[in-house]
Ligand binder design. Structure first.
Ligand SMILES: Nc1ncnc2c1ncn2[C@@H]1O[C@H](COP(=O)(O)OP(=O)(O)OP(=O)(O)O)[C@@H](O)[C@H]1O
Ligand SMILES: [Mg+2]
Length: 399
């Protein structure tokens, strides 16, 4: 090969002075633009994989809901709405329309603590086999302030995708505790720093779709500080929060409009269903309208009932009872719970208002002394442990 040839890209013919970088091999040379083009072709190839799966029906809303049914108790309408939103999102990015712009629809999950918000989002990501990042909104700051900025979420996504940009660009980012970055209340003093609003502003571009540069993990110490560009336009953002106080806002609105003759007066203690939440209610809560506008699907989750909490304990895949039964079986002890005990555990979580989140803590509290004394149980040849209501109220050991 002549020197003259080595100075030109073998693919597009451009001279090395016309391109950012020319990589020269034994027989061929390639310029940075042609490398970028090749990468794009490879990425398109990867997207085709996902289209095939959608074509096979695995990604239709019904299949997603069926999968969620195995893991998430109750929340029927939340599962349906989420399944449709997810299915549409992946349909859109795997079949990009030629002359039509389909808006991305991010998802907002509203529901009390321990109702399954994170569980829903995590289960969907696992089913789709896409990278999934959970970020806490309260730890995010505006760029330039101390703390994690919004782009750190994308860096995490890239890391989970093994630095595969195309895979990261199809991932899901779950922003938890989104209600904690509200503008507090409408009467907040103007002299105070309203940082929550600042974080909402910082997230706007990202959730809508923007190109951001992040450092691939493991390459941070690269001398030139190598970064890669990630386009967030196909990344699905799911924001979740408990929005304590939202019920009252909805109540004020709906009751306000029914004053007058024949108005149905609701009792003060009657529970307000959050399913009818409007963007306006969320603005009143302290979210900025532009932010809410980027979350087109709102999914509301209900507090789990006693029966549903019992189901979470006993029926769901990998439930806590099975998990602890297994742990005790390692030491040759058959652990059982009376049905009364199971209902009592569920009732305790309702009283503590911890939802299903409290079940684990409750069981741990009840079983702790028994787990600690397991050696004594073995020495005394105890092969069975039955937890009843009395043992829940007074967790004493058998020996
Ligand atoms: N509907 C449900 N079905 C089955 N398990 C559930 C359900 N809701 C919650 N759980 C259980 O409770 C745990 C906590 O739930 P999750 O993290 O989804 O709550 P959350 O709604 O995100 O609450 P928080 O607002 O406190 O973050 C989960 O790990 C899961 O085991
Ligand atoms: Mg959560």
């Amino acid at each position: 090969m002549t020197d003259k040839k080595l100075q030109h890209c073998s693919f597009c013919g451009k001279h090395k002075d016309e391109v950012t970088k020319l990589i020269v091999g034994d027989d061929v040379s390639i310029c940075s633009s042609c490398i970028a083009l090749c990468n794009q072709l490879i990425d398109e190839e990867k997207v085709v994989d996902l289209i095939d799966k959608i074509g096979s029906g695995d990604f239709d809303a019904y299949s997603i809901k069926e999968h969620l049914d195995q893991l998430v108790i109750g929340q029927k309408s939340a599962k349906e709405v989420l399944a449709v939103a997810i299915s549409n999102h992946y349909k859109r990015i795997t079949n990009p329309p030629k002359d039509l712009e389909i808006q991305k629809g991010n998802v907002l999950l509203i529901g009390p603590t321990g109702s399954g918000k994170t569980l829903l989002a995590r289960s969907v990501a696992k089913y789709l086999n896409v990278p999934f990042v959970v970020a806490d909104a309260t730890s995010l700051t505006e760029a330039g302030y101390v703390g994690e900025d919004a782009e750190s979420m994308i860096a995490m996504l890239l890391a989970l995708a093994d630095n595969d940009v195309a895979r990261a660009e199809r991932g899901i980012v779950f922003i938890d505790e989104i209600d904690k970055i509200s503008r507090k209340s409408e009467s907040t003093s103007i002299t105070r720093d309203v940082s929550g609003e600042g974080v909402q502003q910082a997230l706007l571009k990202m959730v809508e779709g923007t190109k951001c540069r992040v450092s691939p993990v493991g390459k941070r110490k690269h001398p030139q500080g190598e970064t890669v560009e990630i386009d967030t336009k196909n990344i699905l953002f799911i924001a979740g929060g408990a929005f304590v106080g939202l019920e009252q806002i909805i109540k004020n609105r709906t009751q306000g409009s029914t004053i007058g003759f024949g108005a149905e007066v609701k009792s003060k203690t009657e529970k307000q269903d959050i399913a009818g939440v409007t963007p306006d209610d969320l603005t009143r809560f302290g979210m900025i309208p532009e932010f809410i506008g980027r979350f087109t699907t709102t999914v509301t989750l209900q507090e789990l009932t006693l029966e549903q909490l019992v189901e979470v304990l006993t029926d769901v895949k990998n439930n806590f009872i099975d998990q602890y039964r297994y742990l005790f079986s390692i030491d040759g002890i058959d652990l059982t719970f009376t049905s009364g005990a199971i209902r009592q555990i569920a009732q305790n979580c309702i009283d503590l208002k911890t939802g299903a989140r409290g079940l684990h803590t409750e069981i741990e509290r009840i079983l702790m002394p028994h787990m600690f004394h397991i050696r004594k149980y073995k020495e005394n040849n105890i092969k069975e442990l039955e937890i009843d209501v009395a043992l829940i109220e007074n967790p004493k050991v058998l020996v």
